[in-house]
Design a binder for this molecule. Structure first.
Ligand code: KG4
Ligand code: ZN
Length: 342
């Protein structure tokens, strides 16, 4: 079965083709960084308009690069939420129209489930064993999920305020490093001395699996106000911030692995592209004898491939075909139902 995946929930327009037998046939991506950079963050209306402009040419490019025709597509999968309502509406309207014209089913995909499954895009991925724990760290979400099977999710920890990616973005803004903040902080931190400044790891002195990152942002703001912010000081603060986030994520993941007894930890979402965070999680995993699994680097941030893959799993189930798709800007993973037998 060949599935076309469409991602348009925020500031990336992504399309991909995933085949049950042959895997990923191709993917194309257009980023809106240039559009939003001047505003220091995503402007929802501009995001939606840009998706409208880019989708037709992207589909033509995808079909040509993967030597596929529209007639070969067996189903369309489109991100239905969570995300920006206008941006979601564009993808859904477009995906539904295309599916109708082709006479194939259309399915709404949960954006965070697509992230959670993206490690399956790793060539030769042997995959984690169920049940496993997933750490989802994106611009809008930070959560720990106990995954009993595909579609059976229990959220066991979440952020009480800012998401990890949001903390990177806000901290980068405070440091004048630009948008998007994650890659900017990671690049600046390479020249930084992480020990020069010390920040308190958020929530580590409290029991449980929840996160909080707004206090860390305040610690950075206080530091920025109290030192002369030379390029070196910016790099040092970026390095200390990144190390603190990595420590907080690793600490909570350790607790989650110990509490659930799971042997596999999947990490996904834009922040999982960060090398220092990967290193901290891998170190922790080695210490307690569990395995880590990541998506390939180019599928950590938003993309169409993860949506095509998630759709491919779910389109095999006729009960999941949805002719009445509506955008779901807020949508809990726990509302999903299993996609395949355990
Ligand atoms: O998953 P994603 O592409 O979009 C959402 O679903 O939100 O995640 C975007 C977030 C942004 O906050 C961005 O700053 C962060 O992921 N990010 C990173 C890195 N690359 C992207 N954070 C830390 N290090 C990175 N290398
Ligand atoms: Zn995302």
């Amino acid at each position: 079965m060949l599935t076309l995946g469409i991602e348009s929930s925020c500031d990336e327009t992504g399309l991909a083709l995933y085949d049950s037998g042959r895997g990923l046939l191709g993917q194309v991506l257009a980023t809106q960084v240039d559009t939003h950079q001047a505003y220091g963050g995503v402007v929802p209306e501009l995001a939606a308009r840009d998706h409208v402009r880019k989708l037709p040419a992207l589909l033509r490019r995808l079909l040509s690069e993967s030597a596929t025709t529209l007639g070969a597509i067996d189903g369309v999968a489109v991100t239905a939420g969570p995300g920006l309502v206008g941006a979601l509406m564009v993808g859904i309207g477009w995906g539904r129209s295309l599916a109708w014209a082709l006479g194939v089913p259309c399915l709404g995909i949960h954006h965070m489930e697509a992230h959670l499954l993206a490690h399956r895009l790793t060539p030769g991925c042997s995959g984690p064993c169920f049940p496993f724990v997933a750490l989802l760290v994106s611009g809008g979400h930070t959560m720990l999920v106990l995954v009993k099977q595909v579609g059976n999710y229990q959220v066991v920890g979440r952020t009480l305020d800012d998401a990890a990616g949001e903390a990177f973005d806000k901290t980068a803004k405070l440091l004048g490093l630009g948008y998007p903040g994650g890659p900017a902080i990671e690049a600046a931190a390479r020249d930084g001395v992480p020990d020069r400044y010390r920040f308190t790891r958020p929530m580590m002195n409290r029991p449980g699996l929840d996160f909080s990152f707004s206090g860390l942002k305040t610690q950075v703001r206080d530091k920025v106000g109290s030192v002369s912010v030379s390029a070196q000081a910016r790099a040092d603060i970026a390095a200390a911030f990144q190390r603190t986030v990595a420590g907080a994520l690793a600490g909570k993941c350790r607790r989650a692995m110990e509490a659930t007894g799971a042997a596999d930890l999947v990490i996904a979402g834009g922040v999982s592209a960060n090398a220092s965070i990967r290193e901290a999680l891998d170190d922790m995993a080695r210490q307690i004898g569990v395995r880590t699994h990541y998506p390939p680097l180019n599928y950590c941030t938003d993309n169409g491939a993860m949506v095509a893959l998630a759709g491919n799993l779910r389109l095999r189930e006729p009960s999941q075909h949805n002719t009445n798709l509506t955008p779901r800007p807020r949508w809990s993973l726990e509302e999903l139902s299993p996609a395949e037998p355990v």
